[in-house]
Design a protein around this ligand. Structure first.
Ligand SMILES: Nc1ncnc2c1ncn2[C@@H]1O[C@H](COP(=O)(O)OP(=O)(O)O)[C@@H](O)[C@H]1O
Ligand SMILES: N[C@@H](CC(=O)OP(=O)(O)O)C(=O)O
Length: 601
């Protein structure tokens, strides 16, 4: 017996009948002797309907009023579910976020949780109540107490935060699919159930488009080692366990979501860098290059393909990648062969750079962290040669002799004791590329921004990302490589809804950079990503993805990799076909079709 936090999503409580079925499950769990805190979302598409009504009143509704409005959806469902529990004879009470003491930052529509004041929860649990709590909401104090929301999909975060604070035995997320699947079953009907997944893999999948869990919920589960499971509301099947590392939890429970976004600084002194400059921008180019490297058994670490100049008559890309230094001669030979086949593009080698990375859950969701890393390096006079990002890490390639200095300034910036010097990964001689991948995610709502020909000197990346952080724009998939002798192009993606404000902010900033080629935007792109903890140390994973896309005729606009993911930006129009092909190519499908509410294909 113990304390369980359960969360029921909108579909699970989407009708009176479903609400009663959920009430029966809750009453049964309570009868078994468990203490229960139940977090509930708004019924069905209530939140979407409220957003639509708000937009009919004003084209850009005031964030405070949005929070006032959207929190009513959850308030309805907690009251109704509690009534259903009463009808079953179960002692239950409904509570809003404010009433259970969820205190957030003063940031309307996307507040992070600071703490939960558990006094009332503990009293009610001790008195034998099932607590039915409105998800997705909290309260903040600036001058007055104000209602806040945590951002769309935030009820998962409410549930895991309560589980962390109450030290619950487990947190169960009930939804309309049997658990975490290899991809979105609404898009790929062969999507297969995963029995378990690591929190780092889940964090990437969730942030890259798998809507089944809110990334911030996974972040809290990982940081506080909360036992987390995702299950179907319609069955008793065990679902998917999200495995968090059994870290010694040395985090304060105060500042739950706001403390220490960076866990560690890593330095990798075993890398070498190769760049192919001005390769033709057409399908199959990345596939050809990385097929040569895979054939030679070379494990590629970072890969970045920066944006091409879309306005030039023959657009080109730069592709840069890093390998273990001992593999450099073989990698150079493979790259020269590929370059010759591609019409003789330049191959540039740096045999002793350093990769310096910051790691921690949720780096990318906080625009300020990215800017802080670049600023700390710039202030130390350290030039960034290559940037690559993921949800849990941000890596920069810098000159090899600046490793110690970079480690020192970044540790100081993020309040850490000392950097961790990384060992080279252990290569798997036996694992085929297809077994390294656990899931595929698609984010169809991305826009791509490129800033062309910016000066190659310390401080430029910092200025750009500080400017975006100032506007509150979360940036994803930053890619920078060296293009000319003294200029760089920086590319990145933002959610489509933020692209206009990003362009406005950057246009005025970049007019101050002498010789800058301007800010170029593509509004309709999608991000297709492979995720798997086994990607590091398994040669050929990226090559297989690129080959699959090439065979489909899909052009890759941008590439960014980390140790556990490979992301490609592709045209939005081709994204679903590309997702299906990549899912099939990595053998992720299952013959057993999972039941999904309202499946569209
Ligand atoms: N990898 C994945 N595994 C499971 N579901 C996924 C995945 N990627 C996307 N989804 C989608 O997430 C949906 C569940 O999330 P959501 O609609 O927010 O549920 P809830 O209302 O229960 O919070 C599923 O119906 C499914 O279409
Ligand atoms: N109702 C909110 C919060 C939420 O988490 O909903 P769901 O659990 O149904 O995704 C939303 O729609 O964003």
């Amino acid at each position: 017996m113990g304390l369980i936090v359960q969360k029921y999503g909108g579909t699970s409580v989407g009708s009176a009948e479903r609400m009663r079925a959920v009430a029966e499950r809750i009453a049964r769990t309570h009868r078994q002797g468990h203490e229960l805190v139940v977090v509930v979302s708004a019924m069905g598409h209530t939140t979407d309907a409220l957003v639509k009504m708000a937009c009919e009143m004003h084209s850009e509704p005031d964030p405070r009023e949005m929070d006032m409005l959207l929190t009513t959806g959850e308030q309805q469902s907690v009251a109704l579910l509690t009534m259903a529990l009463h009808a079953l004879g179960c002692k239950a009470i409904s509570l809003t976020g404010a009433q259970v003491g969820v205190v957030t930052e003063p940031n309307h529509t996307r507040a992070r949780i600071r703490r939960v004041q558990t006094g009332r929860i503990n009293e009610l649990l001790a008195a034998g109540y099932v607590l039915v709590v409105a998800g997705f909401q909290g309260i903040c104090h600036s001058r007055f107490w104000e209602i806040t929301t945590l951002g769309r999909g935030g009820s998962d975060t409410s549930a895991v935060a309560l589980a962390a604070v109450l030290k619950a035995n487990r947190c169960e997320i009930y939804t309309d699919v049997p658990g975490v699947l290899t991809t979105d079953p609404r898009l790929v009907k062969e999507a297969a159930l995963l029995d378990e997944i690591t929190s780092e893999e889940m964090l990437e999948l969730a942030s890259l488009g798998a809507q089944v869990l809110h990334p911030r919920a996974v972040e809290i589960a990982r940081n506080y080692a909360v036992p987390l499971v995702v299950r179907s509301s319609w069955s008793d099947a065990p679902g998917t366990i999200v495995l968090s590392p059994r870290l010694p939890v040395d985090r304060a429970i105060d500042n739950l979501e706001t403390e220490r976004p960076v866990d560690a600084v890593y330095i990798d002194n075993h890398q070498a860098k190769i760049a192919l400059l001005r390769v033709p921008d057409r399908p199959g180019v990345a596939a050809a290059l990385f097929a040569h490297l895979a054939k030679a058994g070379i494990d590629v670490d970072l890969i970045i393909q920066s944006i091409h100049h879309p306005n030039s008559p023959e657009p080109t890309n730069d592709i840069a990648y890093t390998v273990q230094r001992q593999d450099l001669p073989a990698a150079v030979a493979a790259s020269n062969t590929a370059a010759a086949e591609l019409g003789g593009c330049a191959v540039v080698v740096d045999s002793a750079p350093t990769k310096v990375s910051i790691r921690g859950a949720g780096i990318i969701g906080r625009p300020g962290v990215v800017a802080q890393m670049f600023k700390a390096l710039a202030e130390a006079g350290i030039n960034i040669q290559m940037i690559s990002t993921s949800e849990i890490s941000l890596s920069c390639v810098i000159a090899g002799d600046l490793a110690a200095k970079a480690g020192e300034v970044l540790c100081r910036q993020f309040g850490l004791r000392a950097p961790v010097y990384e060992d080279p990964p252990v290569l798997s001689a036996v694992r085929p590329a297809v077994q390294a991948v656990r899931g595929v995610a698609l984010d169809p709502d991305q826009a791509q921004v490129a800033i062309l020909q910016i000066p190659d000197r310390p401080g430029v990346a910092a200025a750009i990302f500080e400017c975006l952080a100032h506007e509150g724009i979360a940036v994803d998939m930053i890619v920078q490589s060296q293009r000319g002798a003294d200029t760089n192009d920086i590319g990145f993606t933002v959610s489509r809804s933020a692209v206009r404000s990003a362009q406005r902010a950057l246009d005025s900033l970049c007019s101050g950079f002498a010789g800058c080629g301007g800010v170029v935007v593509r509004e309709s792109v999608a991000k297709l990503s492979l995720v798997g903890a086994g990607i590091v140390g398994t040669p050929g994973v990226a090559a297989h993805m690129f080959e699959t896309l090439a065979a489909l005729g899909t052009n890759i606009e941008m590439i960014s990799t980390s140790t556990i993911k490979v992301s490609c930006i592709v045209e939005a129009a081709r994204c679903e076909a590309s997702l299906k092909a990549v899912h099939r190519a990595f053998g992720l499908g299952s013959a057993a079709i999972v039941a999904v509410e309202g499946r569209s294909s």
